[in-house]
Design a protein around this ligand. Structure first.
Ligand SMILES: NC(=O)c1ccc[n+]([C@@H]2O[C@H](COP(=O)([O-])OP(=O)(O)OC[C@H]3O[C@@H](n4cnc5c(N)ncnc54)[C@H](OP(=O)(O)O)[C@@H]3O)[C@@H](O)[C@H]2O)c1
Length: 250
């Protein structure tokens, strides 16, 4: 179903980064966009760009999600809200940091789907775009975040089977490193430090990811782009490194 046949989209994470870029693009295409994030002021700024309905909702709050989105008629769901993990191993993360990642990236995304999907199934019409990550498909030193995105991978794979025959398409977009607020927030450092380090490489931009999402949405109805992985040319997954065992601390 080409993008022009869709009427209404719900975009989570619409206050920043990838979600914001997608919301802006869809508003520009004339769609009604239900923009979701916690920072209302950011959503209000976005809403000046077109037919935008703002929802200042924390997607970790299941009751709030069901109440806000359960009755909406949504053609496109962009599940983009997400957080990263601090740049330390699982053994150094606090229980709260671990819970936050799963509650946002897995439970939050699942709850938004649960609210929106019954209407899509009833109308035999809809497109779910889950923003996964290359870290859900490849090993990286970020086990909690990686596990949350691996959950999004299987959620997408299994959901496609559950809605087979309804005409609903389920696409998983897996970006590599993308310039946004994400890394500075996760690492609890200044944005400027990320600019000087990680973003000194030619990382993806939210617009690059949005181009991929629009391609997926705009494909003919017979085509479901099920899984799309994209990353900076300067970033490659995999490798084969050896690291010497460290001496036991005194
Ligand atoms: N940046 C990357 O390198 C990268 C790579 C691969 C995949 N991804 C994935 O891409 C998606 C978007 O990330 P991004 O890079 O655009 O990050 P970002 O700039 O930090 O944006 C994250 C968005 O999620 C929203 N959000 C976070 N927690 C929320 C909650 N509890 N309830 C509602 N909204 C919440 C934030 O809004 P509020 O703070 O206003 O609530 C913000 O709009 C995420 O799922 C991320 O895992 C990112």
């Amino acid at each position: 179903m080409p993008l022009s046949d869709y009427t209404a989209a719900l975009v989570t994470g619409a206050s920043s980064g990838i979600g914001l870029a997608v919301a802006q693009r869809l508003l520009g295409q004339g769609l009604t966009v239900h923009a979701v994030a916690r920072r209302r002021d950011r959503l209000e700024a976005l809403s000046a760009n077109g037919d935008c309905v703002i929802h200042a909702v924390d997607i970790r709050d299941g009751a709030a999600v069901a109440a806000a989105f359960g009755a909406l008629e949504i053609d496109i769901l962009i599940n983009a809200a997400g957080i990263g993990q601090k740049r330390v191993g699982l053994h150094e993360l606090s229980a709260g940091q671990i819970d936050d990642v799963f509650e946002t990236n897995v439970l939050g995304a699942t709850r938004v789907l649960r609210a929106v999907l019954p209407g899509m199934v009833h109308r035999r019409r809809g497109h779910v775009v889950n923003i996964g990550s290359i870290t859900g498909l490849h090993a990286t030193p970020g086990s909690v975040y990686g596990a949350s995105k691996a959950a999004i991978h299987m959620l997408s794979q299994d959901l496609r089977l559950e809605v087979q025959g309804t005409g609903i398409r389920v696409s998983e977009i897996c970006p590599g490193g993308t310039r946004s607020e994400f890394h500075a927030l996760a690492r609890e450092i200044e944005q400027g430090e990320i600019e000087r380090t990680m973003y000194s490489y030619s990382v993806l931009t939210p617009d690059d990811v949005t181009d991929a999402i629009v391609y997926v949405l705009d494909a003919p109805a017979r085509v479901d782009v099920t899984l799309l992985e994209l990353m900076s040319t300067e970033q490659v997954m995999g490798g084969n490194t050896m690291v010497r065992r460290e001496p036991t601390p005194e």
